[in-house]
Design a protein around this ligand. Sequence first.
Ligand code: 5GP
Ligand code: MN
Length: 328
Amino acid sequence: MLAELKRIAILSHTNPDGDALGSSLALAETLRSTGHTVYCIVPNRFPYYLKWIPGSESIIVHSLDKEQRAEQVISEADIIICADMSAISRLEKLSEVIEQNTTARRVLVDHHLNPEQGFDVIFSHPESSSTALVMYHIIVELFGKQAISKRIAEQLYVGIMTDTGNFAFSFLTPELFRVVAELAETGIDIPTLYNNVYNSFTEGRARLFGYVINRKMKTLLQGRVAYLSLTEEEMRRHWFQQGDSEGFVNYPLTIKKMKMSAMFSEQQGFIRISFRSRGNVDVNTFARRYFNGGGHKNAAGGKSFDPMEQTIQRYIEAVNEYHDEGLV
Ligand code: 5GP
Ligand code: MN
């Protein structure tokens, strides 16, 4: 597929995270260095604490793209690569744009459960802790280890670090650490990469975090299930910037007996939901069954088009049903 020079669009999911950006940028950089024309496109803005990632300034953000560059790049593309997402619907409005190009070959590179059909080539690895790790293997397979420059190593490392919660979540295989050793060989500065993501927030974010945990964390099932919520008004009051509430949902799981956590955040026209769980509690199934979402067994997301109070009520009922079935 890559024998001739191609025009390639690399797309990733709404609310792009470190893995979406890092894995897309690393592949883009590698393909560009071999002569292909490559653009990375994301549906909406990414958080300010990811803006230092090398190459991120070149990403086309569809929601801010007044010149319709995303439309043009996608309509001219020979290959469309979707990275770090298992369903086209995760592109939201951008999914309509890609439907208009019916000739491009479609490739999926991902690590979520239940990948959608309809791609010409699928690299789906739900047993991989990040898409960046899958991307590392694809790059090495195509171009050899010498293709991994320090910049590419930085891009891949961000994806691996953020999706593993800095090497704390599932799928921490020996093979993952061998890849990290290869990335370290390029001279990347690991503490700086950590600080760039995790010690780069605003004061507003720190205060919002305190407020949410202190005032908005509620528990169910004798403290084994939690939920947090944030309204638009509460966000405004804390000078909210995109990305400021990422990771809050993990915090209830620092409580020893906690099995499952959810975070509801009000967006324009819907409520975005994040789910996290421990061990055998499966939030991928929970998100798919009750909130039209999905993801991984211990980290998933979904949406609700009901108002906040009703959404939370539905969550409470769903948790009770899940509990009755012995699933939490
Ligand atoms: P987060 O809570 O960090 O937004 O998402 C957790 C995980 O679930 C991520 O891997 C993300 O890609 C996935 N995810 C989030 N929202 C959705 C959704 O609406 N549908 C599906 N299928 N996956 C989602
Ligand atoms: Mn990912």
